[in-house]
Design a protein around this ligand. Sequence first.
Ligand code: ATR
Length: 275
Amino acid sequence: MTQIPRAGVIGHPIDHSLSPRLHGHWLQRYGLTGSYDAIDVPESGIEAILKNLPAKGYVGVNVTLPHKVAVLKFADHISDRATLIGAANTLTFKDDGRILADNTDGYGFMANLRQGAPDWDAKSGPAAIFGAGGASRAIIVALADAGVPEILLSNRTRPKAEALRDEFGTRIRVVDWVQADTMLDDATTVINTTSLGMKGAQPFKVPLDNLNPAAVVTDIVYTPLDTAFLESARTIGCTVVDGLGMLLHQGVPGFERWFGVRPAVDDDTRKAVLG
Ligand code: ATR
């Protein structure tokens, strides 16, 4: 008898994760037998859980904070994207016991941008990125891969932006956080990868007056969906793409690998996840 495939998301804390709703929606939509649940795993428990899950019928898991870097230690194969980013968000458990690690955050970012702004052209001009944390790494790799000619990068803690430039190369130019607004003069793609503007966090305060109305502007924050950052950009006339789609699209490759159907990301998906 074939087992019913199980998948889930590991993180700590995990209550806030929208992934169970997303994958639950897809399972139902495609009439698939399977399950997807949230699994709270403290930092000390990763090795044990990765050993136990396959025996319980799990075919893979998504990985969220704070485990995205630590899980690489336990993987038998790491994709090029995950190696480059230095973190994984999607693990697949093979029948032979091997664990494959991948990172689909950059894919999710790009798929969301292309869906929300179909006319977006990577080569149209420089991209300006606020923030140099984990999400920024994945986005830098994705943008460079898409052919963006130059990346302007600004972070409150400048050495973190410089470290990314040293790692990812000369197409990145670091700008001081106090002058971050100067990145906007030429940028045709503008991305907030900081937590600023998120419910409960501090507001995003960099002045956006210099934004080019032809720019495509996106935020990885999706609580609220319409951040003040995106509202300002919309007022200026920019095309704006909210951050929820990045989360939805990053789930696509894992779901397809685990359950055998490539799922759609559309309005029904958004509604299901937003509840
Ligand atoms: P993620 O993996 O989601 O990118 P992270 O690695 O913790 O999370 O990165 C959070 C980003 O938000 C960082 O760029 C951080 O800036 P620092 O590197 O200086 O910490 C940025 N950030 C968080 N709070 C901020 C604040 N009050 N002002 C400016 N930037 C802030």
